[in-house]
Write a new protein. Structure first.
Length: 291
C-alpha cells in the first residue's frame, strides 16, 4: 500500500509525519509525500491534518483516493490520568484521532466491534444517564469546521438551532461557542456560556447537549449527559439525532455504551502507537474493508 502524508513545514506536523510514516513502513508499505491526481491509482491513501485541509480532502475524494484525517484526540491525558503538556497539534492531549474518509471516525466505529482493552487501560468510566438538569447546552464549532461541512456561518447556524429548539422545549439554553473562535457573539434568547473552563463544568447541570459534531459530545457521553447530534459527532451511535427528542432523548443501554467507547478508543492513538505501527495496522484494515 502506498501512503502520502501532507504536512505543513512546521515542527509539530513534521513530528507527527515521521511517527506515522515509520509505522507505515514497519508493515512493508510505502511512504511518500507526492500525489499525482492524474494518476490516482499510484497512491492508496493520503494523510491530512485537520479541517484546514478541506481543498485537498475534496480533491482526494473526487479522485477516489482514501483520506486519513488526523486531529485532536478524544482523550487528552495519559494512562495515569495526567494531562500532557506538549501535544503534537499544539494543545494539552496525548492522543490524535485518525478518521478514514471523514473528519470524525463515526462510520468506522459503527461497522465493527473492537475489544474493550484500550478503554480499560485509560481508566475511562461511563456514569449513569442523568435524569435531571436545568438547561440545554448548545456547543458550537469553528468557522473552519462549518466550511468543511458546508454549514451556515456558526452564529447563523446556532440561531437556527435555538429557534428550532424553542418549538420543543421551554428550558434555558446555554450557548457555548468554540472557545478558539474569536468572532462569536451572544445570541438572543440564550445564556452566554463562552468560557475557558473545561466543558465538564458547563455540563454539570445540563439536561442535554446539542451539537453538530463538537468533541464535547464525548465528554457528555462519559458524564451521562444525553446528546442530540446534528452531524457526525462521535457519540451519534448512542444519541438522538433530532431536536424534537430534546425532552425525551435517546438513552442507550450500558452494553451499547461500553461497546461504543471501546470502538472509539480504536480510532485514536498516541505518538508511540503511530510509530510502532500499531495504529497503522487498524487503519490499514479499515481501508481494505472499504476497497
Amino acid at each position: 500500500m502506498r501512503v502520502a502524508f501532507m504536512a505543513e513545514d512546521i515542527p509539530r506536523e513534521r513530528h507527527l509525519e515521521r511517527a506515522f510514516m515509520a509505522g507505515v513502513e514497519k508493515h512493508g508499505d510505502i511512504s511518500t509525500n507526492i500525489i499525482d491526481f492524474d494518476k490516482p491509482e499510484e497512491v492508496d491513501a493520503v494523510v491530512l491534518i485537520g479541517v484546514k485541509s478541506i481543498d485537498l480532502y475534496r480533491a482526494c475524494r473526487e479522485a477516489g483516493i482514501h483520506t486519513i484525517m488526523l486531529d485532536k484526540g478524544y482523550v487528552r491525558h495519559d494512562e495515569a490520568g495526567k494531562p500532557q503538556p506538549s501535544g503534537v497539534l499544539g494543545g494539552v492531549w496525548s492522543h490524535t484521532r485518525a478518521a478514514l474518509d471523514a473528519h470524525h471516525p463515526t462510520k468506522a466505529m459503527m461497522q465493527r466491534n473492537y475489544p474493550r482493552d484500550r478503554a480499560k487501560h485509560l481508566g475511562l468510566e461511563l456514569k449513569p444517564w442523568r435524569n435531571d438538569g436545568d438547561y440545554i447546552l448548545l456547543a458550537g464549532s469553528s468557522a473552519k469546521y462549518h466550511r468543511f461541512y458546508n454549514l451556515p456561518e456558526p452564529t447563523e447556524w446556532a440561531r437556527n438551532v435555538v429557534a428550532e429548539l424553542r418549538r420543543y422545549t421551554d428550558r434555558l439554553i446555554y450557548y457555548r461557542p468554540k472557545k478558539s473562535w474569536r468572532d462569536s457573539v451572544e445570541i438572543e434568547g440564550t445564556v452566554w456560556a463562552r468560557s475557558k473552563e473545561p466543558i465538564k463544568n458547563a455540563l454539570n447541570n445540563a439536561w442535554a447537549l446539542v451539537t453538530h459534531g463538537s468533541n464535547a459530545c464525548f465528554e457528555a457521553a462519559l458524564y451521562g449527559v444525553p446528546s442530540i447530534i446534528l452531524g457526525d459527532g462521535v457519540s451519534m451511535p448512542i444519541s438522538s439525532t433530532d431536536l424534537s427528542e430534546v425532552e425525551n432523548p435517546r438513552l442507550a443501554d450500558i452494553k451499547e455504551r461500553r461497546q461504543w467507547l471501546a470502538n472509539l478508543m480504536y480510532q485514536q492513538w498516541t505518538m508511540n502507537e503511530y510509530q510502532s505501527g500499531e495504529a497503522w495496522a487498524v487503519i490499514k484494515e479499515q481501508i481494505r474493508s472499504e476497497t
